[in-house]
Design a protein around this ligand. Structure first.
Ligand SMILES: *Cc1c(COP(=O)(O)O)cnc(C)c1O
Length: 477
């Protein structure tokens, strides 16, 4: 066929009224508000005119232009009407990925969230007396039960927990902390900065690799408000290292009448070595060692919603509850509901590998992962044909969220090498379809550990779209 002139091609552009009265246009109106469909078609016409100017060699038909117009409009409408925060497939193998929302909630927790949010609740009502109750009452008992603490309270996240502690007890006073524990968690949360913000003065003691009890002892003055221990969550100091034990720090605090605070970070409630991970100090151990307050996150190793939990002495918790900042930091009923039903799983001593997604993912065995990877790889090879070569490789998964930074878990990866060597382009196309993968040396890597069973069809679908796109285009003459 001969090339048409630009003018001839422009004349083939269909009128919007015509599109709206044809089935593809009617389908758009069935799915989206009419005014928005008209707007989208008008914008699509503009885009299509630009495309026609650019693509000099193309020879479209009236039908192909109409189809293209509807396609552009549909894609714009879909992105405009899609939710911004939505599920994605995590093929990265980082289990508690902070950018991907950390812990996945157990189905029992989600069910309780639904019930609590579609009905009225006794959020701040004591059902026994009919009097006004307190929202913190729903979590305090179960937290004390699980951690062995006298009292507990919950705020928005662990950063807020640390802020509340420092603001309540250390404003205008000194807080003693080891030089080896001046942590930056990421996202601009640095222990020294939070201390400064809360009006406390930081007193650094010891060296980066060694801090002894007498370093703390020598730093105490009449102005000392707290001794602070911070879990070095996202890094590890190895080699010639000495830290002060919780027990001796707690004893020192007790002797001098200074509260000792333990920022545990991840806050495991169980012995992680049961799940093939290195032992972490549990919250119970921290309380038992004599720490006056222990603070930890709800959405790291606990496996729940975003929250910051403080457990410890009743008198100290009561003081924090009186802090006017508490109102700004308190959690919503959704978080209370999520956390309470999650903690029930621990209380009932249910099998965590069955009940909590984090522990299920951690516990998947290499042989099970290999089998899953091989099955997915062979289906992907069918979908991709000779657009890519698909194989299975051993690799490692990470815990993430700054928990256990040096710990990796052996896993199996589906490795895809596009024959076009366009793995970066492919990674972008996958992101457009809400799928995140790793990239390494010309290959896309999918860690099956963090991909849920029900997400596999989405992965296959995404790659089959990519394979189609890589095929011959319809626009060529
Ligand atoms: C993660 C972490 C925090 C911050 O917790 P969020 O719940 O993310 O606010 C504070 N301290 C330590 C030691 C941590 O590991």
């Amino acid at each position: 066929m001969e090339n048409r002139t630009l003018q001839e091609r422009m004349r083939l552009l269909p009128a919007i009224d015509k599109i709206l009265s044809d089935p593809p246009g009617e389908a758009l109106i069935a799915a989206f508000p009419r005014t928005k469909v008209v707007e989208a078609l008008q914008e699509a016409q503009g885009k299509l005119r630009e495309e026609l100017k650019r693509e000099n060699g193309s020879c479209p038909t009236r039908e192909s232009l109409a189809a293209r117009l509807v396609e552009i409009a549909r894609s714009d409408l879909e992105s405009r009407f899609s939710l911004s925060l939505r599920p994605v497939v995590n093929g990265t193998g980082v289990i508690l990925h902070t950018n991907l929302g950390r812990a996945l909630l157990p189905p029992s927790v989600v069910q309780h969230l639904t019930e609590v949010s579609t009905h009225y609740t006794n959020l701040e009502l004591d059902l026994d007396s009919g009097e006004r109750g307190h929202r913190s009452s729903h979590l305090e008992g179960i937290l004390c039960d699980l951690t062995g603490a006298e009292s507990a309270l919950v705020v928005n996240n662990n950063a807020a927990a640390m802020y509340l502690i420092l603001d309540t007890f250390a404003r205008g006073k000194e807080v003693v902390i080891s030089r080896g524990e001046l942590v930056e968690i990421g996202g601009s949360f640095r222990i020294p900065d939070v201390l400064a913000k809360s009006g406390a003065r930081l007193v650094e003691v010891g060296a980066t690799n060694k801090t002894r009890l007498r370093d703390y002892e020598h730093a105490i003055t009449e102005n000392t408000a707290l001794l602070l221990k911070v879990h070095t969550s996202n890094y590890k100091i190895m080699g010639f290292v000495e830290t002060t034990s919780r027990e001796s720090l707690a004893a020192l605090g007790k002797e001098r009448g200074i509260p000792v605070v333990d920022d545990l970070g991840s806050g495991a409630l169980v012995d992680l070595s049961r799940y093939g991970l290195p032992r972490e100090p549990t919250v119970q151990e921290s309380i038992r060692s004599g720490m006056d307050l222990a603070a930890f996150s709800g959405d790291k190793l606990l496996g729940g919603p975003q929250a910051g939990i403080i457990a410890g002495r009743k008198s100290l918790v009561q003081e924090m509850e009186k802090n006017p900042m508490m109102r700004a930091l308190r959690v919503s009923k959704l978080v209370i509901a999520g956390l309470e039903s999650l903690l029930q799983i621990y209380l009932r001593e249910e099998d965590l590998t069955a009940a909590i997604p984090f522990y299920r993912m951690v516990s998947r065995t290499p042989s099970e992962l290999e089998e899953t990877a091989r099955a997915l790889a062979s289906r992907l090879q069918v979908v991709l044909g000779n657009e890519a070569s698909v194989s299975v490789l051993p690799g490692t998964s990470e815990i993430g969220a700054g928990s256990l930074p040096t710990e990796t878990l052996p896993t199996f990866l589906v490795a895809l090498a596009p024959t076009s060597q366009k793995e970066e382009h492919w990674a972008g196309l996958l992101r457009e379809q809400d799928i995140l993968v790793r990239r390494c040396q010309g290959e896309l890597l999918l860690d099956v550990r963090t991909i849920l069973q029900e997400e596999q069809p989405l992965v296959l679908q995404a790659f089959s779209r990519i394979a189609k796109e890589e095929g011959p285009g319809e626009w060529n003459c």
